[in-house]
Design a protein around this ligand. Structure first.
Ligand code: PMP
Length: 287
């Protein structure tokens, strides 16, 4: 079956889907995006992702490309047309197409919307969770507004490639005080020796992950304590567990940082418990 994408009002074959060369997303990274997991035919935490989209758009003074309810319908339609039971749905809104000029175009230029959906095999993610991942650390080199989910991801791309080149699967950005911020596409967590789950506060310096927010509820349900505070690389190296979270990964254990084992060098029980209960708590919207 051929894939279908939604581009500015039309459902088109994925292979020939295209945007204009003067789309500001292409020329200036002047746009934002969201990724929702699709699990068993349901879109996971769609409301949370669209709330964050609303915030990202607002921070950049980009208008919604269409009404939220219409966008919700199109997200589901793209999932359905691609017959995706498990995978992800990606949406991107840019400031639109206009002659290249740094200043915003006039009100006649409409934001551009692209939605795609991708199938994935849940067994691959489960296997990754069973094995755990290796992480490297890299110095933070991003701008201050990483709380906005923009498509300007070059530092994240370079960090993830650096991780791959080092034989690892994720890179953690670390600030000048040695505090872990977040991964290139994940939030970062540890479990201390006395069992507290720790992740950095999301007031600044990181993206407020939707998975992160849902996992606070999951932890509460499981009677586990979460503390929002920064932790250093050294503290992570001494932790009982470390893990990363994102919409496409749920929670995956980190078994080493810069080549040093975390805990017993195997995926930990807290990450596994959080992962195991995630979909009981997350919001599910039928596609
Ligand atoms: N931080 C960054 C930089 C990310 O790209 C992502 C993935 N979107 C996350 C954190 C995790 O966010 P979420 O749980 O909403 O996928």
């Amino acid at each position: 079956m051929s894939r279908i994408a939604y581009v500015n009002g039309r459902y088109v074959p994925h292979a020939s889907a295209a945007v204009h060369i003067e789309d500001r997303g292409y020329q200036f990274a002047d746009g934002v995006y969201e990724v929702c997991e699709v699990k068993g035919g349901f879109i996971i935490d769609m409301r949370g992702h669209l709330n964050r989209l609303d915030r990202s758009l607002g921070e950049l003074s980009i208008l919604w490309p269409l009404h939220r309810s219409a966008l919700e319908r199109i997200l589901a339609e793209v999932v359905r047309r691609n017959r995706i039971r498990n995978g992800l749905v990606y949406l991107q809104v840019t400031r639109g197409v206009a002659r290249r000029d740094h200043v915003f175009p006039g009100p006649n230029v409409r934001p551009a919307l692209v939605i795609t959906a991708t199938r994935s095999d849940p067994q691959v993610s489960d296997q990754m969770a069973a094995t755990g991942i290796d992480v490297i650390t890299v110095p933070e080199n991003r701008w201050e507004r990483v709380d906005i989910k923009t498509v300007g991801l070059l530092p994240n791309v370079l960090a993830r490639q650096q991780a791959k080149d080092a034989g690892a699967q994720e890179a953690w950005f670390v600030d000048k005080d040695g505090i872990v911020l977040e991964g290139s596409a994940t939030n970062a967590w540890i479990v201390t020796q006395d069992g507290a789950i720790v992740t950095r506060d999301a007031e600044r310096g990181i993206l407020r992950g939707i998975t992160r927010t849902t996992l606070f509820e999951v932890a509460k349900k499981l009677g586990l304590k979460v503390v929002e505070r920064g932790f250093t690389v050294d503290e992570a190296l001494m932790a009982r567990e470390a893990f990363v979270t994102s919409a496409t990964k749920t929670a995956i254990s980190v078994i080493s940082i810069n080549g040093s084992s975390i805990g017993n060098g195997h995926p930990g029980s807290v990450a596994s418990a959080l992962r195991g209960s995630f979909f009981d708590v997350a919001e599910k919207t039928p596609a």
